[in-house]
Design a protein. Sequence first.
Length: 99
Amino acid sequence: MLRSIIAAAAFTALAAPAFASNSYTFETVNPVSEKRVVAESVVWSCEGTTCTAELDRKAPTVRICKKIAKEVGELSALRNTKSELTAEQLTECNTAARK
């Protein structure tokens, strides 16, 4: 029985990072008109110019940013708990923003 408990604990410890998600935030130049936005196949909760969601991505990328910008317009920030896009990356991202 002790072996079963140890095996279950080991599996849980190894599997947990695979299912972990990161809290992401993006900020827009103009307020978002909807309270919920679907972008990058994720439902984002929005309030004014700030939207948040949980994504299973390690770091924000320009690709993700472009998909969001197509839905909501220009972004002024995209970050998770560990990193964020640079000013240059945001400029590249905003080329995809809807007009």
